[in-house]
Write a protein that binds this ligand. Structure first.
Ligand code: SF4
Length: 323
């Protein structure tokens, strides 16, 4: 089996709040392979953005290991991380907050080349022109400031900045959720096209399973800091096993494609519990329609659910536990 591009093992990230310490990411294992898109879905507050930021080392992990191209990057210093950052980029939810308002688009897009000392000034200018065209903007946009662009155009600039140095991995954190629905599809199509041209892998984070469905090859479902199910998209679409995943499918507003089997609706009880004091045993037990006594006492392991179907479908639920 090929070595994964990104290999995350037992990752833990704490957040100190004024009410106490939250284990925002609590023992996460996941892998992203070269050129693929792993979708990461879960409700707001489940820890998925913290996981994305910890993977690209905007946060320092508290425990566990992050390997990128076979190198353990979990404890690298800022200086040691520099060459890694070139290959691992992030697109944020709010393009306005992530672009310096005082700089022109040309200055913003030139920065990756100057920071990493790539090309002459003339070559950098040429690369910026190419980037502007690649993300579907007009050459004139390069001389404007972020506030002179629409939300969709600003997100195109954020994407251009992220792909400037042709990274192997782009972590996209809710890149379309701040945009109008009509613009969302354009940005998703742009990300798809760029990936087919460049072969970069994406970790695509969203609270919206239908958005993830357009892009992902595999999908990981996160609940209160833990991965509860991970599977190839088709397997998850055809047979979601975890009651939480089933409830997320039930909450999709738009009609699913005809190829997706119809299923009875599964609804969750109550709200997401406080991550400051997560429930004992299976963390989903306070909301699960199929809860059993065992679920309150012990946490189910994330384990292979259907090895006969070729493997790769793992779930953490006592209903599917294989002793
Ligand atoms: Fe529901 Fe129990 Fe499965 Fe948790 S382990 S999802 S509470 S059935």
């Amino acid at each position: 089996m090929l070595q994964p591009l990104l290999d995350v093992k037992s990752l833990v990230k704490y957040h100190a709040t004024h009410s106490g310490t939250v284990r925002a990411v609590d023992g996460v294992d996941l892998q992203v392979h070269a050129g693929e898109t792993l979708g990461l879905v879960g409700e707001s507050g489940c820890g998925k953005s913290t996981l994305g930021r910890t993977i690209v080392r905007l946060h320092d992990p508290d425990e566990g290991r992050i390997s990128f191209k076979g190198q353990d990057i979990s404890r690298l210093s800022r200086r040691e991380l520099r060459p890694v950052r070139r290959q691992m980029q992030m697109v944020f939810q709010d393009p306005y907050a992530s672009l310096n308002p005082r700089r022109t688009i040309r200055q913003i897009l030139t920065e990756p080349f100057t920071v990493h000392d790539v090309g002459t000034r003339r070559e950098q200018a040429q690369r910026v022109d190419e980037l502007v065209a690649r993300v579907g903007l007009h050459p004139d946009h390069a001389d404007r400031h972020p506030h002179e662009l629409s939300g969709g155009q600003r997100q195109r600039i954020s994407i251009a900045r992220a792909i400037a140095l042709e990274p192997s991995l782009v972590v996209c954190d809710e890149p379309v959720s701040a945009l109008d629905v009509s613009i969302q599809a354009q940005i998703i199509n742009l990300l798809r096209r760029l990936q087919s041209e460049s072969g970069s892998a994406y970790l695509f984070i969203s609270h919206d399973l239908s958005v993830i469905g357009y892009l992902a090859d595999r999908i990981a479902v996160m609940y209160l800091g833990e991965i509860v199910e991970i599977a190839p998209k088709r397997a998850l679409w055809n047979q979601p096993l975890h009651p939480y995943t089933q409830a997320l499918f039930s909450a999709i507003a738009e009609p699913l494609p005809p190829s997706v089997p119809r299923r009875p609706r599964v609804s969750m009880k109550g709200d997401l519990p406080s991550p400051l004091n997560p429930p004992s045993g299976c963390r989903f037990h306070t909301r699960c329609p199929q809860v059993m006594p065992r679920c309150r006492e012990a946490a189910p392991p994330l384990q292979e659910a259907a090895p006969e179907a070729g493997g790769g479908h793992r779930v953490a639920c006592w209903l599917h536990h294989v002793p």
